[in-house]
Design a protein. Structure first.
Length: 208
């Protein structure tokens, strides 16, 4: 969550809090990327966001996703040094992987580019039904593959895209399909995935 939300729309974090959602660090606004910042400025940005979330939520965020996935050569280092346990900037695999930083490791948590309504509908101009078909096919294939390795199947949604009434029916179709497989999947938050992986024996997750 962009921390500017606390000032401009305080009702949103209140609802997220009541629902038990996880709040990740996501910069101050989505109009300000961080990848071009020098190391000192980037570290200060991370610190400001972290302290703001901690002040409002009573705890530090465990995860981070840079605005627009913009990151520098030292973003992973700075996040690990700031106490972050995972981040979602690298879309390099469908399974979480450990990445080495200059002072330890941090978990790269999968974040979707293709299964992302903003990219699919706004950028690539798929219809809502095409996106729904893609989400279902992606889920089914990953469910089969997950018998051999632990996978994360994220879906990125934005209210201003898929939240429109004429698209909601297609999104509902996706969720209904996923729920038919409820006993075979774990619907959870990134921080819970991170905790689970941190407790797995070495060798299961790449980089461990």
């Amino acid at each position: 969550m962009n921390t500017a939300i606390y000032e401009h729309c305080p009702d949103i974090p209140q609802k997220l809090r009541e629902r038990g959602d996880e709040i990740l660090g996501h910069g101050i606004t989505n109009s300000e990327e961080q990848g071009h910042l020098d190391e000192k400025a980037e570290a200060e940005l991370i610190q400001t966001v972290t302290e703001t979330i901690q002040r409002h939520e009573g705890q530090r965020p465990r995860g981070w996703m840079s605005p627009w996935l913009s990151n520098s050569e030292v973003t992973a280092d700075l996040l690990q040094e700031a106490g972050y346990r995972y981040f979602m900037d690298w879309t390099c695999d469908d399974q979480p992987i450990w990445m080495q930083t200059r002072n330890g490791r941090i978990l790269a948590m999968p974040y979707p580019i293709e299964t992302n309504d903003n990219r699919a509908i706004v950028w690539f101009r798929y219809t809502s039904s095409e996106l729904a078909d893609m989400l279902i096919d992606n889920f089914d294939e990953m469910l089969d593959q997950s018998l051999r390795q632990p996978l994360v199947c994220p879906i990125s949604l934005h209210p201003f895209v898929m939240g429109r009434p004429y698209r909601i029916r297609q999104l509902r179709r996706v969720f209904e399909h996923i729920l038919r497989h409820r006993e075979g999947v774990w619907l959870t938050r990134p921080r819970d995935i991170c905790t689970h992986i941190e407790n797995l024996p070495a060798g299961i997750v790449p980089g461990s």
